[in-house]
Design a protein around this ligand. Structure first.
Ligand code: ATP
Ligand code: MG
Length: 283
C-alpha cells in the first residue's frame, strides 16, 4: 500500500485527481474525508494543504505527494523529486511598481520586499550579494507596495495580469515551477514497486498527450511517398482494403504537425481520413 498526499482544494487539486484517474487510479469520491482508499490500485489518498505536503512526505506520513516545486524549494524538506508533471506551471518573480526605473538586481539593496516565499528569496539575494529586508506575509502580497507595506514583492506569477492590475512590473524571474511528484527517500521495496507502476502509467498518459491516431486510405503505389511524408516514426501500419489497389494506413501524428501532414497526404491522393484521439501510449 502506497499513500499519496495531494492538495485538498486549490489549483492543483483537480489536475492531480485527473492525472491519477487517467492512470487508472480513482481518488475523487470523497474530498471531505482526509484519507480515502482507492478501489482499483494499492494506494490511499491523503488530502492536505499544499504547504504541508513536503513535510508529510519527508516524515513518511505520506510516501509520495503531488505539489508545486515552489513549495518543495521553500520548505526545504529532504524529499526526492520522482517526476515532473507538467501542470501548475508558474514562476516566482520579483516585481516593482511600474513607474520605478529598474536597471539590475542591485535595485533591491536596502529595499523592503513582501513575500510568502522568504526562504527562496533570501537564497536568491544571498547568491547575488544583495542585502534587503524581507517581510513575510501570508496572502495578498501584490497589494503590499500600494498600501506602503513594501517597496517590491516576490510572488507567484503565471500570466502576469495580477501584477498589471496592481500597477507592478515583473523584473526578475527567480524560479520556474510546475507540479512535481515527490517521494520519501527511504521507501520500502514494496512501496517503490507500486510507485514505479504508477509512474509507468503516468508516463504512458503523458506520451499520448498531443498525439492523434490517423487512419486513411491510399492507392498502393503512393505508399512509399506517404512514408516519406511521415518521417521520424516507426513504419506505419498498412492494411489491404477490399477494394483492389488500395490500402489503409494507420499512423500516430503529433497534433502540431497534423494539418500540415494531412494536406500533404491529401495532395498525393489520400482519402477517407479519420483522426482519433489517443488515450495511452505504451511502448
Ligand atoms: P492551500 O490551501 O492548499 O494552501 P494555496 O492557496 O496555498 O492552497 P493555490 O493557490 O491553490 O495554493 O496554488 C497551489 C499551487 O499551484 C501553487 O503553489 C503553485 O505551485 C501552483 N500555481 C500555478 N499557477 C499559479 C498561479 N497563477 N497562482 C498561484 N499558484 C499557482
Ligand atoms: Mg498553500
Amino acid at each position: 500500500m502506497l499513500r499519496i498526499a495531494i492538495q485538498a482544494k486549490g489549483r492543483l487539486n483537480e489536475e492531480s485527481i485527473e492525472l491519477l484517474a487517467e492512470a487508472g487510479v480513482s481518488a475523487e469520491e470523497s474530498k471531505r474525508k482526509l484519507l480515502t482508499r482507492c478501489n482499483d490500485f494499492p494506494m490511499e489518498v491523503l488530502y492536505l494543504r499544499d504547504d504541508d505536503i513536503p513535510q508529510a512526505v519527508s516524515m513518511g506520513v505520506a510516501d509520495i505527494g503531488i505539489v508545486g516545486l515552489n513549495e518543495v524549494e521553500e520548505k526545504e524538506f529532504d524529499v526526492e523529486i520522482a517526476h515532473k508533471l507538467g501542470f501548475g506551471k508558474c514562476r516566482l518573480s520579483l516585481a516593482v511598481p511600474k513607474t520605478e526605473e529598474y536597471v539590475d538586481v542591485n535595485y533591491f539593496n536596502g529595499k523592503r520586499i513582501a513575500t510568502s516565499y522568504p526562504v527562496i528569496l533570501s537564497r536568491f539575494f544571498k547568491e547575488k550579494g544583495i542585502t534587503a529586508e524581507i517581510h513575510e506575509i501570508a496572502g495578498s502580497v501584490e497589494i503590499a507596495p500600494s498600501v506602503g507595506m513594501a517597496d517590491a514583492i516576490f510572488d507567484i506569477v503565471s500570466s502576469g495580469s495580477t501584477l498589471v492590475t496592481n500597477g507592478l512590473k515583473e523584473v526578475e524571474k527567480v524560479l520556474f515551477s510546475e507540479a512535481v511528484m515527490i517521494a520519501n527517500k527511504s521507501l520500502s521495496d514494496e512501496k517503490k514497486k507500486i510507485l514505479d507502476q504508477l509512474l509507468f502509467r503516468i508516463e504512458a498518459v503523458e506520451r499520448s498527450r498531443g498525439m492523434k491516431y490517423v487512419l486513411l486510405n491510399l492507392p498502393h503505389e503512393k505508399i512509399d511517398e506517404a512514408i516519406r511524408i511521415l518521417p521520424g516514426m516507426k513504419s506505419p501500419t498498412i492494411l489491404p482494403l477490399a477494394q483492389e489497389g488500395w490500402s489503409s494506413i494507420h499512423v500516430v501524428i503529433n497534433e502540431r504537425e497534423l494539418w500540415d501532414k494531412i494536406e500533404q497526404l491529401k495532395a498525393i491522393g489520400a482519402e477517407d481520413i479519420l483522426v482519433l484521439s489517443l488515450e495511452k501510449m505504451i511502448l
